[in-house]
Design a protein around this ligand. Structure first.
Ligand code: MN
Ligand code: MN
Length: 287
């Protein structure tokens, strides 16, 4: 499904728009996440599950949730510019944007786009890794570095990282330097109050989860969170969510579409939450 400017202009304003960003050229260890968006879409609509969020919002509703297809990207710097301008166009329609990676490098140009529209952004990053290397193997745009670029350029006022379990001396220095709030996996409590502020952007690297839930990621990092931990944290958010991404799904490593199904689940719960915030009447009354 290719991104089609003519089609998305017809989308209703204030919908959640979903866009695929098939980029994995900045992955350090293993490529393959560029193939994620079509695979996630296929599983989302495969008929194994309905399209209701647990919050009672049905995302099978084109006035509330629109799939804009995948960006058609060139390599290198140009590709990052295309991501930034594509996201800006969607944001200008007034809705929230849900991006499907790709590797985590794509979050840097995405946040650049958000910074044009939303001031004082708080980012909630779910990840096994901090992704704040100054550079990784000579690449400053590596998927190990997007949050170093974001914080250097002051594109967000707060960065809260949850599920981290790979800190090195260099990363500890970076965390201190940028004032990042880190909740390590070893200290994670499902009832944690993250004291979130809005507008909020959620960046969800699937490797935050224990690899037992998501075998289809490039970096297996044991000792992670459960799907339930993350879903409940999302449901509990009280500040406005302006956008989100789901990154690092690598279909080539998946087992029986398990990881694709987790990504599809997060689409339903993230989009459902964002829709519920903007259109309270769209959700069933649940307690
Ligand atoms: Mn990451
Ligand atoms: Mn990660």
């Amino acid at each position: 499904m290719e991104y089609n400017e003519k089609t998305f202009k017809a989308f209703p304003p204030n919908a959640v728009t979903m866009i695929g960003i098939p980029s994995d050229e900045n992955s350090s260890f293993m490529r393959g996440s560029a193939l994620a968006p079509p695979k996630i879409r296929e599983v989302l609509r495969c008929g194994a599950a309905n399209l209701y969020s647990e919050l009672g919002v049905n995302i099978d509703n084109e006035t509330l949730f629109c799939d804009c297809g995948d960006l058609n990207l060139e390599e290198g710097k140009k590709g990052f510019e295309q991501i930034e301008s594509g996201i800006i166009q969607l944001l200008k329609q007034g809705g929230q944007v849900l991006s499907l990676g790709g590797d985590h490098a794509v979050t840097y140009p995405i946040i650049k786009a958000f910074s044009h529209i939303h001031q004082k952004l708080t980012i909630l990053q779910f990840d096994a890794h901090s992704d704040t290397y100054d550079e990784y193997e000579g690449n400053r745009l590596s998927h190990a570095s997007p949050f170093a670029r974001i914080m250097e350029e002051k594109l967000a006022s707060r960065l809260i990282q949850v599920g981290i379990r790979t800190l090195t001396d260099h990363i500890r220095d970076q965390v201190k330097r940028f004032g990042i709030e880190v909740v390590e996996a070893r200290n994670f409590d499902p009832g944690i109050d993250l004291k979130l502020t809005g507008p909020l952007y959620i960046s969800l690297d699937l490797d935050v989860l224990d690899p037992g839930f998501v075998p289809g990621v490039s970096h297996h990092e044991p000792g992670g969170l459960t799907v339930r931990d993350v879903v409940n944290l999302i449901h509990g958010i009280k500040v406005p969510i302006v956008g989100a991404d789901i990154v690092e799904f690598n279909p080539g490593r998946d087992v029986s579409d398990m990881t694709a199904m987790v990504a599809a689940k997060f689409i339903k719960e993230l989009a459902g939450k964002m829709i519920q915030q903007k259109h309270p009447g769209s959700a069933a009354i649940i307690s």
